[in-house]
Design a protein around this ligand. Structure first.
Ligand code: SF4
Length: 129
């Protein structure tokens, strides 16, 4: 040893001990506040997104191509032989709403909402429903 203290090149705790302590505390506090606010931010975003959606018009060309109907009970069985009465958007894997939403987004129709009791040819059972 030559009498000099070893200080790692990137360790500022020796030169600025208070700044490092305050910085860590501020960082931790910021992380805690952000973590606490995240669910609220998500809720706000979901509400805003749902309000911005336009109900899908069954006469929209893309809706027609997939045989979308706002009411699954009114689907023409002859034209859609795979359709079953119990198949509705709210139980489809592409449906973005909650079980009790009357209308919600669908992965296939960005910017649009579909009826919970609707149906289209792409219907696939949502896991857990
Ligand atoms: S993909 Fe599913 S949720 Fe979307 S319109 Fe078709 S049946 Fe409804």
């Amino acid at each position: 040893m030559d009498g000099r203290r070893y200080v790692p090149a990137n360790d500022n705790t020796q030169r600025y001990p208070m700044q490092t302590t305050v910085s860590r505390r501020a960082l931790l506090n910021g992380a805690l506040v952000a973590a606490a606010a995240l669910p609220l931010m998500k809720l706000g975003t979901s509400t805003a997104e749902a309000a911005a959606l336009v109900p899908l018009d069954p006469n929209d060309p893309s809706a027609k191509a997939l045989g979308y109907a706002a009411d699954s009970a009114k689907v023409d069985g002859a034209a859609n032989p795979t359709h079953k009465a119990e198949q509705v958007c709210s139980t489809c894997a592409q449906y973005l709403g909650k079980a009790d939403d009357a209308q919600a987004g669908c992965n296939l129709f960005p910017g649009k909402s579909v009826a919970a009791k609707g149906w289209c040819k792409v219907w696939a059972k949502k896991p857990g429903t």
